[in-house]
Design a protein around this ligand. Structure first.
Ligand code: GDP
Ligand code: IMO
Ligand code: MG
Length: 422
C-alpha cells in the first residue's frame, strides 16, 4: 500500500502544484484532501501556464485518475469556470476526475458570509481569499452543511433552508448584498457539476490500494495556515497538515508512506497575521520582484522574508516529513548575503521551539550565509551547483534534520533537479 503526501511547510504558495505535476508519472491516483478554491496551484510546461483551484495538479501527465476528496469544499460556479478553461486548452476531464459525495458545497451565501465576517472584524480581519472557505467549514462542523451527494436527493429544499439561515445572519449583521446574480451563476455551475461522477472516494481509494495502486495526496495552503497548528486565528479553516490527508480522504494513518514537505528557499505570506522574518525594505521588494510574488488567486502582493527554520522545524515535526523539496532557489541567485532565522527571541529569551503565540514579541535570530551569485535556472543536475549553494543545502539539511530530495530552479516542469534517486 502506498499513499504519499505532498504538502506546504510555510504559509502557502510554496510551489505544490508544480511538484505534484512533476511527481504524477510515479502514481496512479492524485487527490486533493482539503481546502477549496482558496488554493491557486501554478504549473508551467511546454510554454503554457495553468493555475488550478479545485482540480488536482495530476491532470496533465498521462491519463491518471484525479479525485476531489471529502475534506475539500467545492464551489460549483468556480469549478465550472476552471474546467471550461481547461477544456478550452484541450484538457477534457469528465472521465478521469471524480468527486467525493462527502465533499461540502460552498453555497453562494457562504461567499457573502465570508465578506461580511471580514468587514465586521475591521483591522483584525484575516485577509481571506473571499471564497467562502471559513463559513463553509463552519457549517460542516456545526452540522449544517450541504454535500455533493445531497445534489442527488431533494436538493432544493435543503438549499432553501440553508440559504434562509444564511440570509438571516447576513441581515442581522447589516450586510448589503445582491444574491440573485451569484445564485444564477452558482446554479449553472451545479448543472455543470452533474456531468462528473460522484463517488464514495474512501471506498474507491482503499479498493485501489488493495489492488496495488499508488496514491499521491496534494495539500493546499501550508502548515502555518493549519487551523490547529498555524498562526491562529490568521489561518485557513482546514487541517492542511499530513493528518488532513487521513480525514480528508479516508486513508488510514498506517497507509501513509512518504511525506514530501515543500518550502521556498525564502518565505512568503499573503493576507494578515504574524510573519517573524518579514522584510519591509528593498531586500523584501527584491524577492517579490524576482520571485513574481503576487497571489495566484487574488493578485495581492505577497509579503516576503527570509527563511524561518524555527517554523520549518515545527512543520516538519507536525507532518513527519520524510523528504524536503526546496523551491524557487533561483529567486535568490543575485543575493549577496542570505539570512536564515535559526531561533527566536521571545520576551528576551532565546528559543528554537515554535511558541504558542507569534503575534507579538518575537524577534528572529539570524545566521548569515554567502550567496551564490550564479544564474541557476538552466542547470540540469546537482553537479553544476555552485559551492555556496551546496553549502546552503548542507546548512539547511543539518538544521532541519531531513534530506532535501528535490531542488527547483525555475517555474517550468523541467527546472527540477532530483538529488537523491531512491
Ligand atoms: P502553490 O500554491 O504551492 O502551488 O504555489 P503557487 O502556484 O501559488 O506559487 C508558486 C509560484 O512560483 C508559481 O507562480 C510558480 O509558477 C512559481 N514557481 C514554482 N517553482 C519555482 C521555482 O523554482 N522558481 C521560480 N522562479 N518560480 C517557481
Ligand atoms: P495555496 O494552496 C496562500 C490565506 C489567505 C488568508 C488565510 C485565510 O495556493 O498555497 P481563507 O480564504 O482560506 O479563509 O483565507 O489563508 N490563504 C492562502 N495563502 N496560499 C493559499 O493557497 C492560501 N489559501 C488561503 O490569504 O490569509
Ligand atoms: Mg498558491
Amino acid at each position: 500500500m502506498k499513499v504519499d503526501v505532498l504538502l506546504g511547510l510555510q504559509w502557502g504558495d510554496e510551489g505544490k502544484g508544480k511538484v505534484v505535476d512533476v511527481l504524477t508519472p510515479g502514481y496512479d491516483i492524485i487527490c486533493r484532501f482539503q481546502g477549496g478554491p482558496n488554493a491557486g496551484h501554478t504549473l508551467e510546461f511546454a510554454g503554457q501556464k495553468y493555475v488550478l483551484r479545485s482540480v488536482p495538479s495530476g491532470i496533465f501527465q498521462g491519463d491518471k485518475i484525479n479525485i476531489i476528496g471529502n475534506g475539500v469544499v467545492l464551489d460549483p460556479a468556480l469549478f465550472k469556470a476552471e474546467i471550461e478553461q481547461l477544456m478550452a486548452s484541450g484538457h477534457t476531464l469528465t472521465d478521469r476526475l471524480f468527486i467525493s459525495k462527502k465533499a461540502h458545497l460552498i453555497l453562494p451565501t457562504h461567499r457573502l458570509l465570508d465578506a461580511s465576517n471580514e468587514a465586521s472584524k475591521g483591522d483584525a480581519k484575516i485577509g481571506t481569499t473571499g471564497k467562502g472557505i471559513g463559513p463553509t467549514y463552519t457549517d460542516k462542523v456545526s452540522r449544517n452543511g450541504l454535500r455533493v451527494g445531497d445534489i442527488l436527493n431533494d436538493f432544493d429544499s435543503k438549499y432553501k433552508k440553508a440559504i434562509a439561515r444564511h440570509e438571516e445572519i447576513l441581515q442581522r449583521m447589516g450586510f448589503k448584498y445582491d444574491l440573485a446574480p451569484i445564485e444564477k451563476e452558482w446554479f449553472e455551475g451545479l448543472e455543470f457539476l452533474k456531468k462528473f461522477t460522484f463517488i464514495d472516494s474512501e471506498h474507491y481509494i482503499n479498493n485501489s490500494l488493495k489492488k496495488g495502486k499508488s496514491v499521491l495526496c496534494e495539500g493546499a495552503q501550508g502548515t502555518m495556515l493549519d487551523v490547529d497548528f498555524g498562526s491562529y486565528p490568521f489561518v485557513t479553516s482546514s487541517n492542511t497538515i499530513c493528518a488532513g490527508a487521513c480525514t480528508g480522504l479516508g486513508v488510514a494513518p498506517r497507509n501513509i508512506g512518504n511525506v514530501y514537505g515543500i518550502f521556498k528557499a525564502y518565505c512568503t505570506r499573503v493576507g494578515s497575521g504574524p510573519f517573524p522574518t518579514e522584510l519591509f525594505d528593498e531586500a523584501g521588494q527584491a524577492l517579490r520582484d524576482s520571485g513574481h510574488e503576487y497571489g495566484s488567486v487574488t493578485g495581492r502582493p505577497r509579503r516576503c522574508g527570509w527563511i524561518d527554520l524555527v517554523a520549518l522545524r515545527y512543520a516538519i515535526m507536525i507532518n513527519g516529513v520524510t523528504d524536503l523539496i526546496m523551491m524557487k532557489s533561483d529567486v535568490m541567485d543575485n543575493i549577496e548575503t542570505i539570512k536564515a532565522c535559526v531561533a527566536y527571541k521571545v520576551n528576551g529569551k532565546e528559543t528554537e521551539e515554535f511558541p504558542f503565540d507569534i503575534n507579538e514579541g518575537v524577534e528572529p535570530i539570524y545566521t548569515e550565509l554567502p550567496g551564490w551569485k550564479t544564474n541557476m535556472t538552466k542547470m540540469q543536475s546537482e553537479d553544476e551547483f555552485p559551492e555556496e549553494f551546496n553549502n546552503y543545502l548542507s546548512f539547511l539539511e543539518e538544521e532541519l534534520g531531513v534530506r532535501i530530495k528535490f531542488v527547483s530552479v525555475g517555474p517550468d516542469r523541467e527546472q527540477t533537479i532530483e538529488r537523491y534517486k531512491d
